[in-house]
Design a protein around this ligand. Sequence first.
Ligand SMILES: Nc1ncnc2c1ncn2[C@@H]1O[C@H](COP(=O)(O)OP(=O)(O)OP(=O)(O)O)[C@@H](O)[C@H]1O
Ligand SMILES: [Mg+2]
Length: 369
Amino acid sequence: MDRVLAGRPAKGLVLLGLRGVGKTVLLNRLRGLADDKGFRTVRIEAPEGSSLPELLTPELRRTIYALDLRQAASARLRRAASVLANFARAFKVAAGDLEFSVDLAPGEGDTGNLEQDLPLLLVAMAEAAADRNTAVGLFIDEVQYLSSVELAAVIVACHEIAQRNLPFLFIAAGLPQVAALAGEAKSYAERLFDYPEIGPLETDDARAALVKPAEAEGVTFDGDAAEEILAAAQNFPYFIQEWGFQVWNAAPASPITRDMVRAASPDVVSHLDNNFFRVRFDRLTPLEQKYLRAMAELGPGPCATGRIAETLGVRAASVATVRQRLINKGMVWSQRHGETSFTVPMFDGFMKRQMPELLRHVPQPRSER
Ligand SMILES: Nc1ncnc2c1ncn2[C@@H]1O[C@H](COP(=O)(O)OP(=O)(O)OP(=O)(O)O)[C@@H](O)[C@H]1O
Ligand SMILES: [Mg+2]
């Protein structure tokens, strides 16, 4: 961030990790840091099925006002506002009034081709920020839900901004398949960003996340009680939080003992099953559920994709589209060619509890869409 503010080149970051490892928490923390350093930040979450221009336009409008700082709008700021107005019109999103906007020649960000218009817009924004001796920070969560066109447009924009050495920082977070998607979209994406891998916590950090907040409330963990929780949660931040929450409520008094943890664990598991896992399961078609059940049969993964089909009793080709839909929904991903893994930690155990019986798949002509 200091490099960006000093006008030096800096790579963007794409935080990659499974569900519940703390990507969003980390992204928000980084945004807070950028705000403290004087960046003008924009944060969006790419939801499935919404468009990037729709999400970005109101945020960029807010940024333009933040850059104004009650000074007379500079030529570059007015230009950024005008490009935004054109952009909004081209992508049919409401931009609201932009009082500084000037009339631009047609073609400035209004071709309707996102790969041309978005870079132009973000370059104009970054130029306006440079004019104000500040920088723009763009933070995108759930970046795997951007369409391939949107992802390509973001990458091209970052590339053009980097080549012009403008004060702009890009930080995103998403499921691990993003690295491959970005590489497919633009081969130079690999050089443009670093891809730090966010995994389960180190054991000492995991213990601290559990024990320290309790300590602050005058509650301690006896003997192996904390270890019992960490083992059950496999050091995944979200599971640590759930176990901590439920055990805290169930424990009659401090110190919390191993027996109290063991007594509370079935409730934690059923709570996770009925909430965290269940909301994901309910978004799936019966065939998608069957596919994940077959994966669960093979353990926590990664699974050989061919073995999943075998377990279903079919050839891999006949379930390739199901697998692809599961990737699009962010349920599975592929670390290496020929492999399939869950994106949700411990989903294999849930699938076995949810669907105790393994069903074979009998493909039908033009089956389920
Ligand atoms: N470093 C940490 N220490 C302790 N708890 C954490 C840490 N990071 C995250 N958590 C907790 O874990 C939970 C999950 O974090 P977060 O929502 O950031 O995960 P995520 O990787 O964004 O998941 P998803 O892919 O589902 O969006 C949060 O409730 C948060 O409070
Ligand atoms: Mg998240």
